[in-house]
Ligand binder design. Structure first.
Ligand code: ZN
Length: 88
């Protein structure tokens, strides 16, 4: 019997899923500090506290203590949309 065939052609990379971390930007002029999403390709311990480029293109400090998606209200809307699997 043949093994069940997996739809491998739909996944071009060896990564099955992308994980995100929450990152806190600093207040900058009229822009308030917000929670952003950062795509994480390294162990959480390596990115904790690091300044990373967020999905919306700003720099924010990663906080692995904060889950993503976060339940905080001051969250970056573009990052929420971009981190949804259906947005890709
Ligand atoms: Zn953002």
């Amino acid at each position: 019997m043949a093994a069940p065939s997996a739809p491998a052609s739909t996944v071009p990379t060896p990564f099955a899923a992308t994980s995100f971390a929450a990152a806190r930007s600093r207040a900058h002029g009229p822009t308030a500090a917000l929670w952003h999403a950062v795509e994480v390709h390294r162990p959480a311990g390596e990115v904790d506290g690091a300044c990373e480029l967020t999905l919306c293109g700003t720099l924010a400090r990663v906080s692995v203590d904060e889950p993503w998606p976060t339940e905080a209200r001051d969250v970056c809307v573009p990052c929420v949309v971009l981190s949804r699997p259906s947005a890709r």
